[in-house]
Design a binder for this molecule. Structure first.
Ligand code: PHE
Ligand code: FE
Length: 293
């Protein structure tokens, strides 16, 4: 998502908007097999854990385990459903480029796939994270509108010097969001649904906090890029997420928050609606702590 250290100019062969051809014909059998392996692992853990919108999207797009999808065929289905399209990019793109794409209902996806001996850990989002993780949710009309509104909000935030605030919102919703449902907590965040271990950890571990979503609270909370999250925020529904974010003018919030300290990543705040008070045992058992955002 939001990239902090990237080249200012598109690399050779990329268009001014940083898009490149997917190069579908160039994938090797082994690369398709990596997708299939990852797909099968997620298919085993996601029923009953991923939200209905995600599972419905997987079906509607026919993102089944037959290898890396051809973006042309994928886009025929996706465009007919919500008007979104997937475009290939070489990796992380500059923030303004990223936001422009979202604001025009284009989702930039890496065209490369992770190495077969590094299924669980990747430094940069690959085609499995980007397409399997993000694209099913783009078939949901409400989430589709949220992502577009986020892109427009991102362009605005750049001008208001509030990129970090908005990056946190993306992280704790689009990437690592949970939502309530009649049947219990469900995952909608792409960073979770594309990871076998975090799909289980996010819902079942006693370690992380799970707290009701609050816009300003989220914008004051740093996030981890190197390990499982220490806190997850739970929206009541996608409708509620869209409504709160689009009906709120962020400019005065950015201003107010500039004078307030961050909330430590493992802390709970007085106004939190605490769904689970995590033990933080997992994070404490890991010596390192690298926080960003
Ligand atoms: N309402 C936000 C603003 O005033 C825009 C936005 C909408 C940002 C949805 C993120 C998500 O900037
Ligand atoms: Fe992502």
């Amino acid at each position: 998502m939001v990239a902090l250290h990237v080249m200012a100019k598109p690399p050779p062969g990329a268009a001014p908007d940083w898009t490149i051809p997917q190069g579908f014909e160039s994938y090797t059998e082994a690369e398709h097999q990596t997708w299939i392996t990852l797909y099968d692992r997620q298919a085993a853990v996601l029923p009953g854990r991923a939200c209905d919108a995600f599972l419905r999207g997987l079906d509607a797009l026919d993102l089944h385990g037959r290898g890396i999808p051809d973006f042309t065929l994928l886009n025929e289905k996706l465009e007919a459903i919500t008007g979104w399209r997937v475009v290939a990019v070489p990796g992380l793109v500059p923030d303004d480029v990223f936001f422009e794409h979202l604001a025009d209902r284009r989702f930039p996806a890496g065209n490369f796939i992770r190495r077969a001996d590094e299924l669980d850990y990747i430094e940069e989002p690959d085609v499995f994270h980007d397409v399997f993780g993000h694209v099913p949710m783009l078939t949901d009309p409400v989430f589709a509108d949220y992502m577009q509104a986020y892109g427009k909000g991102g362009l605005r935030a750049l001008g208001l010097d509030a990129l970090q605030r908005l990056a946190r919102l993306y992280w704790y919703t689009v990437e690592f969001g949970l939502m309530g449902s009649a049947a219990g907590l469900r995952i909608y965040g792409a960073g979770i649904v594309s990871s076998r271990t975090e799909s289980i950890f996010a819902l079942e571990s006693e370690s992380p906090h799970r707290v009701g979503f609050d816009l300003e609270r989220v914008m004051r909370t740093p996030y981890r890029i190197d390990d499982f999250q220490q806190i997850y925020f739970v929206v009541p529904s996608l409708e509620e997420l869209l409504l709160t974010t689009t009906s709120t003018d962020f400019a005065p919030i950015y201003q107010r928050l500039a004078g307030l300290p961050d909330i430590a990543i493992a802390a709970l705040a007085p106004d939190d609606i605490v769904l689970s008070h995590g033990t933080q045992a997992y994070a404490l058992s890991r010596a390192k702590e690298h926080v960003t955002g």
